[in-house]
Ligand binder design. Structure first.
Ligand SMILES: [Zn+2]
Ligand SMILES: [Zn+2]
Length: 467
């Protein structure tokens, strides 16, 4: 079916129960990036019309009120402790609720837990579950492209907060949230979102310190406003810091990275390289000693019957990712070393020619290879006489135990001195003597191997039964 070039692909989010991506073309990503018009770049000339004033106000005014308030308000230790608690409470609303439960469906939560997380998440004032998850699913689906709403390739600032301060330059790539549209808790939160942010974000953290130790003002300033700034920037770090700082132990195709520091400031969302590879996994950290309080919280909820069906990606597949990255590093190490010349690249010399040339320089035959030992005679640990004795001769037996069973290191070094191959002299069935120990295990790209996968003569009878 031909798609008219003039007609942009329109992705409809509207119908709640129809998956938004059911009718997208197969070339959706390329087609959209090519045909969908992006807003002009944000510049000095257009900042007034292009800023997203609501976000600028929320994200800009909150820290100012918080700092001024803190300057004029004494911090009581009870209020400090409560603020820290409330930071974790609302932060978990985002990490355990918005992120791992609703955006990724990495576990099932009972209704009471869902309401608690929806309330806590509202207190983080980052948009409704539905809006947030819609963007986050697009982030995973189109990571590092312009269809990713917080594309890390646009810089640290942009992925942290910049993407919210300006009007979206383009619509995020399509991502289905029809499952969330059906969820009564998500609908409830979406419907009463404004009331809920006032209640969870400001009223509750003011009332609790007021009722319990008479510090309403401290509660508002520290547990309300300043705590909100911390939760904001803490969770924003998942899009910025987690795509910028650290290692890539599972895959390096895209920007997500693992780092303890990121985990520390994001309530455990810092093992982001793992997370982007295995987003359905309820964990971010897979080792017990890594800091992932969100995982611990979900696990604890399971213990008391509030959560179930915690998803864990098959360990075997996780290990494959790690192994691939380890091999990649080892291959880089391998490529930094000098290796013996391949037999295909060496001249093939007849026995007579070998004799003739050995009269002029010290050539020794071992395992079918001719070696020039001129710069080694004086360094030979067994003494020069043993080498001199073998010039122009086959020293295979002597080298491999006849006179002395040489070390692997000696074999590796010997291979570096190859200058030719004796015609008809390659011994059969003695690979361990032909291939130096350092090359018996070698990391090779699949295209460098001769395997049925890249052979045009691969066997197929067309009638096989899939196992
Ligand atoms: Zn990410
Ligand atoms: Zn995610």
């Amino acid at each position: 079916m031909a798609t008219s070039d003039k007609k942009p692909v329109v992705v409809v989010d509207a119908k709640d129960d129809t998956p938004a991506d059911i009718n997208i073309p197969d070339n959706y990503v390329q087609h959209t990036l090519k045909t969908q018009k992006a807003l002009p770049p944000f510049q000095w000339s257009n900042w007034r019309s292009e800023l997203s004033w609501l976000s600028v106000t929320i994200l800009g005014v909150t820290p100012v009120i918080g700092l001024i308030g803190a300057y004029f308000t004494k911090l009581r230790w009870e209020t400090l402790l409560f603020s820290i608690f409330y930071y974790f409470f609302t932060g978990l609303g985002i990490t355990a609720g918005y992120h791992r439960l609703w955006a990724h469906r990495s576990y099932n939560a009972s209704l009471p837990l869902q309401y608690l997380l929806a309330f806590a998440g509202a207190g983080a004032v980052e948009g409704s579950i539905k809006w947030w998850s819609r963007g986050h699913r697009a982030h995973h689906r189109y990571t590092d492209t312009d269809l990713d709403p917080y594309n890390a390739h646009k810089g640290f600032f942009y992925s942290h907060i910049g993407w919210m301060l300006v009007k979206p330059r383009r619509r995020p790539g399509v991502a289905d949230v029809s499952d969330l549209s059906k969820n009564p808790v998500v609908r409830w939160q979406h419907k009463y979102y404004l009331q809920l942010i006032l209640l969870a974000g400001f009223i509750v953290p003011t009332i609790i310190p007021w009722l319990l130790w008479g510090d309403a003002r401290g509660g508002y300033v520290y547990a309300g406003v300043l705590r909100l700034c911390f939760v904001h920037h803490s969770t924003f770090c998942v899009n910025s810091l987690a795509h910028w700082l650290g290692e890539t132990p599972f895959d390096d195709k895209h920007t997500p990275k693992d780092h303890f520091a990121t985990a520390l400031v994001t309530i455990g969302e810092g093992y982001h390289n793992f997370h982007h590879q295995f987003p359905m996994d309820y964990r971010n950290a897979i080792k017990w000693y890594q800091y992932d309080p969100t995982k611990w919280f979900i696990w604890a909820c399971q213990q008391i019957g509030l959560a179930s069906h915690l998803k864990v990606f098959p360990e075997n597949e996780v290990r494959k990712g790690q192994l691939t990255m380890e091999l990649k590093k080892l291959k880089e190490t391998q490529e930094r070393l000098a290796w013996p010349t391949n037999s295909d690249d060496l001249p093939v010399i007849s026995w007579d020619s070998f004799q003739e040339q050995a009269a002029k320089r010290p050539l020794i035959l071992i395992s079918g290879f001719i070696h020039d030992v001129s710069n080694f005679i004086d360094e030979h640990p067994g003494g020069p006489h043993l080498l001199i004795k073998m010039i122009g001769k086959d020293a295979t037996t002597a080298f491999f135990g006849g006179v002395y069973d040489h070390s692997n290191a000696a074999h590796n070094l010997l291979a570096m001195k190859r200058v030719g191959v004796l015609h008809g002299g390659m011994p059969q069935g003695v690979d361990d003597k032909v291939v130096p120990p350092s090359q018996r295990l070698k990391i090779a790209r699949y295209t460098e191997l001769s395997s049925p996968y890249n052979s045009s003569t691969a066997y197929s009878d067309g009638e096989g039964i899939l196992g």
